[in-house]
Design a protein around this ligand. Structure first.
Ligand SMILES: C[S@@+](CC[C@H](N)C(=O)[O-])C[C@H]1O[C@@H](n2cnc3c(N)ncnc32)[C@H](O)[C@@H]1O
Length: 317
């Protein structure tokens, strides 16, 4: 039986963002609704919780949750930056917006969706199965340089070039259809000596992460979502994000730091020319990491980082 998803850094998210009775919250990454339920209990009757997920499978879990909680609920089955843009156009104002990035345990465990190197399945990896681009199209269609770039940038894989070369060599004879073929290619590209040298678990792990990020355009979505989330926050509203790798965490950190700093003039400018003033108070100076107990109970939480900030009136540092 498929695992359900255990929400990561849930207590820390609640403690930092402190949702109150009657508040309005947006969960950008509903998944199995683990965080959403906790937030719903805090905002209670009179509160409103908007839940977003691009995966159609999340809708059923949302319906179950909505029937059990006392706040108003709404589900938006779309890409979160798009949903936040729509909420902004509606004039929606939130006290809390949060994102729990990446994929859920249910998505990994749904073998046929091809997210995992542990099962042989079609090369898919789309969170939204209605989108055109899937992992098969990337692996068979992108040129060697672009593949290597994806593996290096999104997987931080030191063997990106030789793996891309092996993929291109193999696909000339037989196009890739399954995750198993991809795992074979990665293993063949890396002699045991190289695998030992670089360590870091299964040799296909970074390649699967990289492809998933590329298929779902995860970093582009995050870059669009952060300003869209900020735009729907009212004064005093909180924005929080849980990241699972440095590419995400860096973006969140920079975004929040820029709002907390205000001025974006180069440090050598004698006087400020941009006129921007601080509009955020950081709730986390450093990213919050899971406790050793949480990591022991839920190894998936190991790489999690939580950052949060409160929106303040511009000019009130
Ligand atoms: C880590 S899971 C969230 C788990 C959830 N917090 C819980 O406690 O059950 C991430 C979820 O966000 C969704 N997701 C990721 N990127 C998205 C995007 N750009 N737009 C909408 N949903 C997205 C995924 O489909 C997945 O269900």
């Amino acid at each position: 039986m498929a695992r359900t998803h255990v929400p990561v850094l849930a207590g820390e998210l609640i403690e930092l963002t402190d949702p109150a009775r009657g508040e309005t919250a947006v969960d950008c990454t509903f998944g199995a609704g683990g965080h959403a339920r906790l937030i719903a209990d805090r905002i209670g009757p009179g509160g409103t919780l908007v839940c977003i997920d691009r995966d159609p499978a999340a809708r059923e879990r949302f319906e179950e949750m909505a029937a059990e909680v006392s706040c108003e609920t709404r589900f938006m089955r779309m890409e979160y930056s798009e949903a936040l843009g729509l909420l902004g156009e509606e004039g929606f104002e939130a006290d809390l917006v949060y994102l729990d990035l990446g994929i859920s345990s249910m998505q990994v465990d749904a073998r046929e969706r091809g997210f995992s190197y542990s099962y042989d399945a079609p090369l898919d990896m789309r969170m939204d199965p209605e989108r055109e681009l899937d992992a098969r199209a990337i692996v068979n269609g992108w040129d060697q340089r672009r593949l290597a770039q994806v593996f290096r940038r999104y997987g931080e894989d030191p063997n990106a070039r030789i793996i891309a070369r092996e993929i291109v060599r193999r696909r000339e004879a037989t196009p890739f259809e399954t995750t198993g073929q991809l795992v074979d290619a990665v293993e063949a590209a890396l002699p045991a000596a190289i695998r030992r040298r670089f360590g870091g678990g299964h040799p296909a792990k970074r390649i699967f992460q990289a492809l998933r990020i590329a298929v779902n355009e995860e970093l582009e979505a995050l870059d669009r979502a952060l300003p869209a989330a900020w735009a729907v926050l009212r004064q005093g509203g909180r924005l929080a994000a849980i990241s699972f790798h440095s590419l995400e965490d860096r973006r969140v950190k920079r975004f929040l730091a820029e709002r907390a700093r205000g001025c974006i003039c180069p440090p050598d400018m004698p006087v400020c020319g941009c006129g921007r003033t601080p509009e955020a108070e950081l709730l986390t100076r450093r990213a919050v990491a899971p406790s050793p107990g949480e990591v022991a109970d839920n190894p998936r939480s190991r790489s999690a980082h939580l950052r949060a900030a409160r929106r303040i009136e511009a000019g009130q540092a």
